[in-house]
Structure formats: C-alpha cells, structure tokens
Design a protein around this ligand. Structure first.
Ligand SMILES: NC(=O)c1ccc[n+]([C@@H]2O[C@H](COP(=O)([O-])OP(=O)(O)OC[C@H]3O[C@@H](n4cnc5c(N)ncnc54)[C@H](O)[C@@H]3O)[C@@H](O)[C@H]2O)c1
Length: 361
C-alpha cells in the first residue's frame, strides 16, 4: 500500500497493469510493459520508471502506440532476425526480440535481432539482463528522440541513445552496464532549472553551440527548436572526449537505426505522431569460446581485482557496474519504492481519468 510516496512493488505493478489494460493492452503485454518500468524504479533509474507511464498512456490514447502486438519478423537467418515493430509497445517488441536473440545464441552461439518501426522501450538494461538467466552475454541499444548535439554542432540531432551490456559471473554480482551516451538526461537540466541554479559545464549547449550553464536558456531553445541541446558523454569539444561520446551515440544509431532500416537522428520522431524507433539486441554464448565455468570465474576475478584495488583519497569503495542497482533492488523490494510527489500526482491523475484507484488512496 502507498505510504506517502513509498509504494510496494506489487501495488505499483497492479496499478500500472490495470491502467494499461484499460487502454486495450492485453494482460500479458501490460505485464511486460509494467515489468520494464518497475524494474527501472527498483534499480534506482527513476527517470525511466513509472514516471514515464504518461508517455505510453498518451501514445496509446493518440493511437501512435498500438495496444496490441502488431510486430512481425520480416527477415531471418540462423543467427539474425529483423522485426517490424508495427508501432507496438517498445517493451513488448523488445522483449520478444531479445527472447529470439537468446534462442539463436543457444542454437548457434550468437543471436542478433534488430527492430524497426517501434516505440520507446524503456531501460536498455532490461533486455541485456534477460541474457543472464541463460548464462549468456547480453547487449541492447536503442535510438531515441533527438536531444544531443554533435561535437562542434549547435543542433540536437542524435538521441541520448543508450547502450547496455551484461555478462554472467559465478560468485560476484553480474556485470550490468547500462548507460545513456549523453553526459546527463534532459531531466537533470530540468532539475537545475526548477532550482534556479547554474548547471556545471559539459551538460548542454545553447542555441549558438556554446557550452552553457543556463538551464532555462537551453530548455527554452530546445522547446522552441531554436537549437542547442544536451552534450554527448565527455562534454563540449574534444578536450574531455566529447567526440567519443558523440561517436558512441552515432554507433547506437548505426546499429539500432540504420541496420534495421528504422529512422535515424532527427527522423526518429520526425513525425511526433508516428515515431519510428529502432532497437538492437545481441546475445553471445561464452561457452562457444571456452568452458562457461572458466569464463564466469574470470569474471569474478576481474571484479575482485577492481574492487580490492587501492581507493582514491576520501573514497571507501570501488564498484563494478550493476552492483549499486542490485543492492537498491533488494532494499526497494522489502521497503517499497520511493516515488517523488510529482510522479505520484501524475499517476493519481492518470488513475482518476481511467477509473483506476491509486493504491492506498
Ligand atoms: N529508451 C531510451 O530512449 C533511453 C535513452 C537514454 C537512457 N535510457 C536509460 O536511462 C538509464 C540511465 O542512464 P544513465 O546514463 O543516466 O545511467 P547512470 O549514469 O546512472 O549509470 C550508468 C552505468 O554506470 C554504473 N555505475 C554507476 N556508478 C558507478 C560507479 N561508481 N562505478 C562503476 N559503475 C557505476 C551503473 O551501474 C550503470 O550501469 C539507463 O537505464 C538507460 O538505458 C533510455
């Protein structure tokens, strides 16, 4: 039950699933979509959790997200497949596509599945995590709405295009690396704006292409399409490697946009009422290269080496990607998931419009 803005996982799941089914999503697909959203919250990625339910509600209401699964396989080989997402929910298509990549990796050592004509699929990590249940290496990427400016540019062309990769371990926490290729999400610029604070350099450029510390100016320019936007990972110019973040974002667009024949860059949401998002999924069977137990024990060894290595002054611990999220998941599963007041308010409003009771209300 809801307790202030802390809500138990089960109650949150039931709420989201009921909302989605009210909009015509079949129960099994409402379950999958909710599973991706709630996992984001459980892993501490609140920006991509149930706070995004509104996005899917709007898409379903306006018809550019189809409530039922319209995806089809349009091309297939032993190790590869291409899906047309049929404008279905990105989570539903994404899960199906990763399941197929896993099946192919089990049969042929590697499975590569791409998707075009899809919608926003949530956290890239969800799909890469699926591979761990099968002792496979998993990878997932997606393109997204254009918010990121190329190095030396002043117009947002690329999305925050995330990359996720996972690898199984034996005793240590599995490697789960899941990141956007921009320094920060737009939400972080919005937080600075709400607080009336200057941003650090390296987050975003204004409409002239200058590294800006003024969140209001950046958001205003983006909203009015005057130019400017988020900086790629590494910040402005080449000094701190911004060109490498830019290259990674473009790499994601090559694999998840160009490869499946989905839209790329500006065209992903070129028609806002008809997105054409592309995804990329990869599964690799380590056992095709060496005995699985050797692979996993070497994963343990490198993780331990990293964590046991000397700490920087003032630091007590070195992490391996995914560790903090697994710890948070265990905590939130027992204590409940904290949601900000704005998120709760929005979910209550969605519930009120569709006749779905907010838990604890
Ligand atoms: N669908 C989309 O269009 C879209 C677009 C952008 C981002 N996203 C999602 O947004 C989420 C957030 O991305 P982000 O870049 O803000 O992630 P982040 O910066 O919070 O974390 C990135 C990675 O770093 C790891 N990490 C964190 N602290 C660490 C430390 N001290 N040492 C070692 N590793 C550490 C985390 O485990 C994680 O794997 C991701 O799940 C991503 O898939 C989705």
């Amino acid at each position: 039950m809801a307790d202030g803005s802390v809500i138990q996982e089960k109650a949150l799941r039931t709420f989201c699933e009921t909302v989605l089914t009210k909009l015509g999503v079949p129960p099994q697909d409402a379950y999958v979509t909710t599973d991706v959203l709630v996992l984001a919250d459980l892993r501490g990625i609140g920006s991509h959790g149930v706070a995004r339910l509104q996005r899917y509600v709007t898409g379903l209401k306006e018809g550019y997200i189809k409530p039922t699964d319209h995806s089809t396989i349009v091309r297939e080989t032993k190790a590869t497949a291409l899906f047309d997402g049929g404008q279905s929910l990105g989570q539903v298509v994404g899960k199906k596509a990763m399941e197929l990549a896993i099946k192919k990796a089990k049969e042929t050592a590697v499975g590569v599945v791409t998707v075009r004509n899809s919608n926003h699929y949530g956290i890239a990590g969800y799909y890469a995590l699926m591979a761990l249940d099968h002792d496979l290496i998993g990878m997932s990427m997606t393109n997204a709405a254009p918010l990121v400016v190329p190095t030396f540019g002043r117009t947002a062309i690329l999305g925050t295009n995330p990359i996720a990769i996972t690898a199984p371990t034996s005793k240590e926490t599995p490697f789960v690396f899941d990141m956007a290729t921009a320094t920060v999400p737009r939400g972080k610029v919005e937080v600075y704006n709400r607080q009336g604070k200057a941003m650090p350099k390296g987050y975003a450029v204004d409409e002239t292409g200058a590294d800006s510390t003024d969140p209001a100016r950046v958001l205003n320019a983006l909203a009015k399409r005057l130019g400017g936007g988020l900086l790629p990972l590494g910040g402005a110019g080449e000094e701190f490697g911004g060109h490498k973040g830019y290259g990674l974002a473009l790499m994601v667009d090559v694999l998840s946009g160009v490869l499946p024949g989905a839209a790329t860059g500006l065209q992903v949401y070129g028609d806002e009422k008809r997105p054409d998002v592309g995804h990329f999924f990869l599964a690799i069977d380590p056992a095709a290269f060496r005995p699985l137990d050797e692979f996993k024990s070497d994963m343990d060894r490198i993780a331990r080496e990293l964590k046991d290595s000397p700490k920087a002054a003032g630091q007590e611990r070195i992490y391996v990607a995914g560790e903090k999220s697994f710890a948070r998941m265990a905590k939130y599963r027992t204590e409940g998931i904290p949601l900000g007041p704005k998120v709760v308010e929005n979910l209550q409003q969605i519930g009120a419009e569709l006749g779905v009771a907010w838990p604890g209300a």
